[in-house]
Design a binder for this molecule. Sequence first.
Ligand code: KPL
Length: 300
Amino acid sequence: MEVLVYGAGALGSLIGGLLARAHDVALVGRDPHMRRIRADGLRIDGEVDAHVRPQALTDGTHRAAELALVTTKAYDTDAAARALATGEYEAVCSLQNGLTEERLVAALDPTVLAGTASYGARFGEPGRVTCTGVGEVVVGALSGSPDPLASRVGAAFDEAGIETTVAADMPRRRYEKLAVNAGINGPSALARLSNGATLDGPGGEVAREAAREVARVARADGVDLGADEAVAAVERVAADTAANRSSMHEDVAAGRRTEVDGIYGAVTERAERLGASAPTCRTIASLVRAWELGEGVRES
Ligand code: KPL
């Protein structure tokens, strides 16, 4: 399959690199990472060892492929959609944090699939990415109905050695992933703790409450996600990635803008629209935004 991976951060580089073991992959990212991949290929180390040679591009406009995978930070979704709108794809699939798919649907003609990836990835140096945890990918239609395109994408991932589930319950899985991100990312970034230590310490109750709030918003949106299920998902992911730092913790440690709007903004906007309350998520969002303002990586 021809795949364009839009966003060559840690996860995009890892998934793109794994797919390149079996498919014709073009990665879109920034220099010097792209320049190094063009010169020496992409090296994957850690729990997977591979050296692959995907095409490395710094411009994703006017391309064609069967599948475009969107792996940018949530705040770069609109820019990704503008670039992808100039190309030709049969399907577009998001593997991002936050509920970004609706923004892709609004801007693009091809079918937009929802996806989640539970792989751990850390960006090392240009041309190299470390796999800190082998996970799985889940893809499916946004509507939650069985979808032949999702099955083709799932088969292509499997062919590349990536364990993949083609799910017919993506609406619930998207909210469950949002609960995991809302539970772990903000508290771990604010406390500067690993995922496991975040849940084990005083931040654990904040994390669990944030997850319960996401489950409440999901139910207000007609999606059957119980509070206990959401908390169990947070606890499971925190245990599976106990030694890892969340992506928001990495962003804060590096003095970078975070995905606060993509994750907590999505929860609080939906909560407001659907008449559900999410005060813990709102508080976490305010604290992270206050940090971003103080750091000068946010305008207002
Ligand atoms: O997706 C993640 C992230 O760090 O953004 C989790 C699941 C919380 C793993 O750390």
